[in-house]
Design a protein around this ligand. Structure first.
Ligand SMILES: [Zn+2]
Length: 87
């Protein structure tokens, strides 16, 4: 019944997330890299990436809004930050 795979998402030139329809796992391909995850692990990856995206946005906003803030003012560990920013 489920011999056909299904594409869950695809971005041309970047990657794809799909179910091949035979092994029961979810395949995540980004460029030349491909990883295969059990459905539960895939959902954990989604949750982790989603959390990291939200935190990344907050981090960028903090950098843009308070570039000269004194160390120790936030919970963020800046000990490895070179002070030059990303943008
Ligand atoms: Zn598969």
């Amino acid at each position: 019944m489920s011999n056909h795979g299904v594409c869950l998402a695809a971005m041309e030139g970047f990657g794809q997330v799909y179910d091949c329809g035979s092994c029961g796992n979810i395949h995540v391909r980004v460029g030349p890299v491909s990883i295969t995850l059990e459905p539960t692990a895939y959902m954990q990856l989604v949750a982790m990436i989603s959390t990291s995206a939200a935190n990344f946005e907050l981090w960028l906003q903090r950098k843009a809004g308070a570039p000269d803030r004194a160390p120790g003012e936030s919970n963020y560990d800046e000990s490895n930050y070179n002070g030059k920013g990303i943008l």
